[in-house]
Design a protein around this ligand. Structure first.
Ligand SMILES: Nc1ncnc2c1ncn2[C@@H]1O[C@H](COP(=O)(O)OP(=O)(O)O)[C@@H](O)[C@H]1O
Ligand SMILES: [Mg+2]
Length: 272
């Protein structure tokens, strides 16, 4: 269906309302399927027949020179950009191309942008509380008392992100690294299945980078995580399987050693 026609149909409720997705089916171990995905901007192919598969619970690193298509790839998964062709599935049955951005987020795919965006005037605890209530669609109940279960969940996330001792502290006075962890915590409150994390360690101190590596490693298994990062030392410290993007396609995949010794990868980075 062409774009103007599609837009016209969107004014009808039956099309605009996202199809209620079925249960996530990861019985084949794969949680994200991207097949032959292409995205063009004015004729330029930002993604070019890209195929990529993410296993349930895996921690995948995505690298590639500037302009390789990393951000566009995340935009496609989260529904911000719809591809010209190809297919994108969440588990066996959920077609992400039929869903809009809020529906995809609701289904459990969340994204951490580079810049931390926490509520500076609220405490660390309140930030997590808010993230949980926003997720539950409970804005009217924002100032209602938390039940024990919710409180436990916040405590658990505080432990995971290493900010238990800063729970009552105003978020605005946290260090840059601590803000990033808090934002990861806010995503965790929504119990996402997939987390897309864009350049998490940019601007962090060495200590903060090490702590972030530990944090991401502790999340794998429970969540599937795709990390885009330029800091190769950091990538090496967390890498399991690494995917190298180049000119909108997957150039190669493998362990950090495999991809770093691949002559095509060396070529691409030298030519960058
Ligand atoms: N909205 C857009 N309009 C036009 N070109 C774009 C747009 N978004 C990305 N591009 C182009 O697509 C290519 C891939 O961009 P991007 O996905 O941001 O790469 P990366 O994140 O790997 O640096 C780049 O050449 C970029 O200039
Ligand atoms: Mg980018």
């Amino acid at each position: 269906m062409n774009k103007p026609l599609m837009d016209r149909y969107k004014t009808f409720d039956f099309v605009r309302k996202p199809v209620k997705p079925g249960e996530l089916d990861v019985s084949h171990k794969t949680i994200l399927y991207l097949e032959d995905v292409s995205v063009s901007f004015d004729g330029f192919k930002a993604l070019n027949n890209l195929s990529l598969y993410i296993d349930n619970g895996e921690l995948r690193c995505l690298i590639g020179p500037n302009g390789a298509g990393k951000t566009t790839l995340m935009d496609v998964i989260t529904g911000k950009t719809k591809p010209d062709s190809g297919s994108v599935f969440f588990g066996q049955t959920i077609d992400l191309l039929e869903m809009d951005e809020p529906a995809i987020a609701q289904a459990g795919i969340c994204r951490k942008f580079q810049k931390p965006s926490v509520f500076e005037n609220l405490s660390v605890f309140e930030n997590l509380e808010l993230a949980m209530k926003a997720d539950k669609g409970a804005w009217p109940a924002l100032f209602a008392r938390l039940n024990g279960e919710h409180r436990d969940r916040i405590e658990e996330v505080l432990t995971t992100i290493g900010l238990t001792e800063h729970s009552a502290q105003q978020a605005g006075i946290l260090s840059h690294g601590q803000k990033q962890w808090l934002e990861i915590g806010m995503l965790l409150m929504q119990e996402p299945k997939v987390m897309l994390v864009d350049e998490p360690v940019a601007g962090m101190t060495h200590q903060e980078i090490d702590r972030t590596a530990e944090l991401l490693l502790s999340l794998q298994g429970k969540h599937s995580i795709v990390v885009v990062e330029h800091d190769m030392e950091f990538v090496r410290s967390i890498a399991r399987k690494v995917t190298v993007l180049h000119e909108g396609s997957v150039l190669t995949e493998g362990t950090m050693d495999e991809v770093q010794n691949d002559p095509r990868v060396i070529q691409v980075y030298l030519g960058d």
